[in-house]
Design a protein around this ligand. Structure first.
Ligand SMILES: NC(=O)C1=CN([C@@H]2O[C@H](COP(=O)(O)OP(=O)(O)OC[C@H]3O[C@@H](n4cnc5c(N)ncnc54)[C@H](OP(=O)(O)O)[C@@H]3O)[C@@H](O)[C@H]2O)C=CC1
Ligand SMILES: Nc1nc2c(ncn2[C@@H]2O[C@H](COP(=O)(O)O)[C@@H](O)[C@H]2O)c(=O)[nH]1
Length: 330
């Protein structure tokens, strides 16, 4: 049995990275690109595969502009056409699947029609599951050329089991999300110690990890990379844009957009196994500007790390400040 009692629990606000001597003349020289699967993307950041974060139009724009994306799975009947549409445009297709029986039929359909998405993400709340393992094996058998991410998980044991089943990447984060109430409803998860969980998982991982949930500031992206993430999935920070699917709401002269959890009553259409909530996030203009700022901040992080690319961040020292200098959820 694993013993997590002695583990140091810390999260993004409890850590600061320690600067090294800078070796570049300008931050523009810092290379933030990341290879994930067979493709290289501008930054190690992906908008969450949630209906309140991504839609088809945004997926096209992201793919056209060399950003990784994962389409959500909440209109299952649209996915085959989505793959065709992306391929017709010469773009990569990246979809999500669940683990219900009907999903096996969907995988069969894709294999039969030779519709092979470049990326598939198995997206369930509790990814360390016999039924996720079964789905990983099924997908790798039927669609071996798709790069398969499986999640979400929280422990090194889960990383090992999903990797051994054939997952090409695993996604870490159970309960740290902004719209999440899993921690309150079930008592389980990585809420409050997501960064420590990522660190533990990275020690077991032999394939890429996606850090998912809990990002409240751009600097948290660099911290995720330091603790083992190849890619960082972000929901709430992306939900407030012009391009985001949520409705615009104006209150007392301030503009907001709706952000709702994938396990919220709004998403499910019924109050059953609800582990998410709906909330408002500040309107932030165009997502293009936010992605540009994330890249610039990451270039700065690379310069502080004393290198020229993301690898430099992976090697820096860190200090646990434990003062919780910021509480992102306030
Ligand atoms: N990252 C996170 O912390 C979380 C993310 N989410 C998101 O919400 C969405 C819905 O998730 P999910 O409910 O898994 O999707 P599904 O509704 O597709 O459920 C997945 C399947 O697993 C079964 N299951 C058994 N135990 C669990 C469990 N503890 N939690 C969830 N399912 C279980 C479900 O059956 P049955 O419904 O009958 O139990 C169902 O058949 C996903 O997009 C997911 O990413 C949700 C919660 C946490
Ligand atoms: N527990 C729940 N987690 C959820 C739900 N919907 C999405 N998510 C997870 O949150 C992240 C995004 O986190 P953020 O901190 O960046 O906002 C997302 O990728 C999912 O893993 C939900 O309803 N309940």
């Amino acid at each position: 049995m694993s013993n997590y009692f002695s583990m140091e629990a810390f999260d993004y606000d409890d850590i600061q990275l320690v600067p090294n001597k800078c070796i570049i003349k300008s931050r523009k020289e810092a290379d933030t690109s990341v290879k994930f699967g067979n493709r290289t993307f501008k930054i190690p950041v992906v908008p969450a595969n949630m209906e309140s974060v991504i839609d088809e139009k945004l997926a096209i724009w992201l793919a056209e502009n060399d950003y990784y994306y994962v389409m959500h799975r909440f209109y299952p009947e649209k996915r085959a056409n989505f793959i065709k549409m992306m391929h017709d445009k010469g773009l990569f297709a990246s979809i999500s699947v669940g683990i219900k029986d009907s999903e096996y039929d969907f995988i069969d359909q894709l294999a039969k029609e030779n519709l092979v998405p470049e990326y598939i993400t198995i997206d369930v709340a509790h990814g360390h599951s016999n039924f996720v393992i079964k789905m990983i094996k099924y997908i790798k058998d039927k669609l071996p050329d798709s790069f398969l991410t499986a999640g979400n998980i929280a422990t090194p044991e889960a990383v090992r089991e999903l990797e051994n089943a054939g997952a090409d990447a695993t996604k870490v984060g159970v309960g740290p999300g902004r719209a999440c109430i899993t921690k309150l409803k079930t008592g389980f998860g990585t809420g409050g110690w997501q960064l420590a969980a990522l660190r533990m998982c990275s020690k077991a991982a032999s394939k890429p990890l996606i850090a998912d949930g809990g990002i409240r500031h751009n600097g948290d992206i660099a911290k995720s990379v330091r603790f083992g993430a190849s890619m960082v999935m972000i929901g709430s920070l992306f939900a407030g844009h012009e391009e985001s699917p949520g409705n615009i709401i104006k209150i007392d002269g301030k503009t907001y957009k709706q952000y709702w959890g994938s396990a919220s009553e709004v998403q499910k259409g019924a109050y059953r196994n609800v582990e998410g909530k709906q909330m408002l996030v500040p309107y932030r203009g165009s997502i293009k500007d936010t992605l540009q700022e994330m890249q610039e901040d990451l270039q700065s992080s690379i310069s502080y790390a004393g290198g020229k690319d993301l690898n430099a961040i992976r090697l820096v020292d860190y200090v646990i400040v434990k003062s919780s200098i910021m509480d992102g959820d306030k």
